[in-house]
Design a protein around this ligand. Structure first.
Ligand SMILES: *Cc1c(COP(=O)(O)O)cnc(C)c1O
Length: 354
């Protein structure tokens, strides 16, 4: 069975060799040597600073909203994973959707201003499939209306924009290291922020502790554990290979599928993309379903990312988002992972264009 992705697993002995350090110290969590080593290596690899490793990619979003003191309305995208919206609702704020750009699939920056009210406190946008939002435009709007900017950069491991890590943009950026993501720690994630927010973000992810016997304020437990960090340290040395293998697969997909008139993600100018997903957009949902069932009958399981459009979540008052709803119905992510061979790629490609 071929799924939309396949978790990259390093040789087991390499994972165990890293994990042995945790055994030697007898330390399984509470920011042991492995979490600190992983944070250091990630900062070097990514070209970032102010990283906090966390236990998944959802808590950083919730912590960002909480620690920035956001209330009222948060402008967001309907085309993302549910965690983007659920985090806003979980923190007691109201998501106000702004439709997406039909080619880039990120929030349409030209429609943001019209959605701002006197209750708006922030913009929470997703660099969907690793494709950067229009960062300059969003920054300008945020400055004009005094809004905070959070980027859900869950898909963005290794993406750079205008020569620097995408995680350096916004007041806060978050990433997911879930097993289905490009770089992973099984479950895991990280928060990146402007230096002035580091202390408060850090305290929030560790119960609000200010040393062992004092508290700065409210917090939660979002700490990454040592076994999670060990997985990250064992996977990290393979990232260059993983990305270049995916790049080859994307090249093959693109050559044939684009020649057959299928729409593909338009990567923003200035971005060095990470080949994290391969979405194709059909002209009708009917065609998508035919392709999906045909591939499934051959043991290949693509996924409908992202479907449904998040404005249609059952716990929200529906706000109509025509472009996101239309694309959600017609977009399918094809399998993409390290080490796909030509035979598999051909089988998928011909399953789609037949
Ligand atoms: C995966 C994902 C998340 C959540 O990350 P977890 O590590 O699974 O909690 C958030 N936002 C987006 C866009 C995602 O794809």
């Amino acid at each position: 069975m071929i799924n939309v992705t396949k978790t990259f697993l390093p040789p087991q002995a390499e994972y165990q060799a890293v994990l042995k350090q945790a055994w030697d110290t007898g330390w399984m969590t509470n920011r042991g040597v492995l979490v600190k080593e992983l944070e250091g290596k990630l900062q070097t690899y990514l070209g970032t600073s102010n990283i906090i490793a966390m236990t998944n990619g959802t808590l950083p979003l919730q912590i960002a909203i909480k620690a920035l003191g956001l209330q009222g309305e948060i402008i967001t995208t309907p085309f993302s994973y549910v965690a983007t919206t659920s985090s806003i609702v979980w923190e007691g704020c109201t998501p106000v959707f702004v439709d997406i750009h039909p080619d880039y699939l990120t929030i349409d920056e030209t429609k943001i201003e019209a959605a701002i009210t006197n209750k708006t406190t922030a913009i929470l946008a997703t660099h969907v499939f690793g494709n950067p939002c229009n960062i300059e435009a969003i920054d300008n709007i945020a400055e004009k209306y005094n809004l905070k900017v959070i980027y859900d950069a869950a898909h963005c491991f290794g993406v750079t924009y205008k020569g620097q890590s995408i995680f350096n943009y916004g007041d806060v950026s978050t990433c997911s290291f879930h097993a289905t993501k490009l770089f992973h720690t099984g479950e895991g994630g990280a928060l990146f922020c402007k230096p002035k927010y580091f202390e408060t973000m850090f305290a929030h992810h560790n119960f609000g502790h200010d040393g062992p016997e004092a508290f700065k304020g409210l917090g939660i437990n979002a700490k990454m554990s040592e076994p999670q960090a060990a997985m990250g340290l064992a996977v990290l040395p393979y990232m260059t290979k993983i990305i270049s293998s995916r790049k080859q697969a994307v090249k093959k997909y693109k050559n044939v599928l684009i020649a057959n008139g299928l729409q593909y993600l338009k990567v923003r100018e200035g971005a060095d993309w990470n080949y994290s997903y391969f979405p194709v957009i059909f002209d009708t949902e009917e065609k998508l379903l035919i392709v999906k069932y045909r591939l499934e009958s051959q043991g290949v399981y693509p996924r409908r990312y992202f479907y449904p459009s998040l404005n249609q979540l059952p716990y929200l008052v529906n706000q109509k988002m025509s472009i996101s709803e239309s694309i959600s119905k017609r977009i399918l992510c094809l399998p993409l992972f390290f080490g796909m061979d030509d035979e598999l790629l051909s089988k998928i490609i011909y399953g789609v264009i037949e």
